[in-house]
Design a protein around this ligand. Structure first.
Ligand code: C5P
Length: 231
């Protein structure tokens, strides 16, 4: 049986990929399936949490039962929803694959094939939503005891520096937990399985052996349950 150790906890999860519009029919996007974030939302609800899922583009992630779902497209829409909803959350999990850049100009009508060949696409940097949530917590805009969890998709293996990159990212982002996924060679993105590590701000490192995203979700929530303040 599943533990009921997240009863009453308000958990906010982002999942899927953002789409950055170019014109009414085109966007810049990524291959995120949303499956890990959906698995987390589903598992958290089964463990008694009150879950809100802010979802970008996904592919076949399955409907999670007993979860409130809010749909977004772009990184800026995601930022808006997360920053607002994080104020009413005990735990925030940023599993979404957020585009680092967005087109500067969004055409009001479909971009035509010009006579001069393709026009360049100019890009702006998107906000780092996770880092922004950590800053907002530091400033007291969201509760100081809110647990913030980030993800890092890194190519390579432990010897290839994946863990070192993860440790550096945990420090840089300032979150409490960082889930490091080994990606590349068909791993993680869009697949059913995942492998990696969970790093905590106190220096704990738990290996996540290759397994289903459901299993990964339950391991991640085990760590969350340890650090979340219980009322
Ligand atoms: O820096 P990097 O993109 O590898 O960090 C990944 C983590 O940061 C994920 O938790 C992702 O959801 C989050 N992120 C974000 N805003 C961005 C880029 C990434 O919140 N613009």
């Amino acid at each position: 049986a599943l533990p009921y150790d997240l009863a009453g906890q308000r958990i906010l999860v982002s999942a899927g990929g953002t789409r950055e519009p170019l014109d009414p029919v085109r966007y810049l996007g990524n291959h995120s399936s949303g499956k890990q974030g959906y698995a987390l939302a589903r598992a958290a609800a089964q463990r008694g949490a009150q879950v809100t899922l802010v979802a970008g583009a996904t592919s076949d992630p399955g409907e999670p039962a007993a979860v409130d779902i809010v749909h977004i497209e772009s990184a800026r829409e995601l930022e808006h929803e997360m920053s607002r909803r994080a104020r009413e959350a005990d735990v925030v999990i940023m599993a979404a694959a957020v585009a680092d850049f967005r087109p500067v100009d969004v055409a009001g009508s479909k971009i035509k094939k010009g006579d001069d060949g393709p026009a360049p696409i100019r890009l702006d940097t998107n906000p780092d939503i996770l880092a922004g949530l950590v800053r907002a917590r530091g400033a007291g805009d969201i509760a100081r005891d809110t647990v913030i969890v980030g993800f890092a998709a890194e190519t390579g293996d432990a010897d290839g520096g994946v863990l070192d990159h993860g440790r550096a990212k945990l420090r840089r982002k300032g979150c409490d937990l960082l889930v490091v996924n080994a990606v590349g060679d068909g791993k993680a993105f869009g697949t059913e399985d995942n492998a990696g590590w969970i790093l905590t701000v106190d220096g704990n490192e738990t290996a996540l052996p290759f397994g289903s995203k459901t299993l990964m979700a339950s391991r991640i929530l085990d760590e969350v349950a340890v650090i979340v303040p219980h009322s």
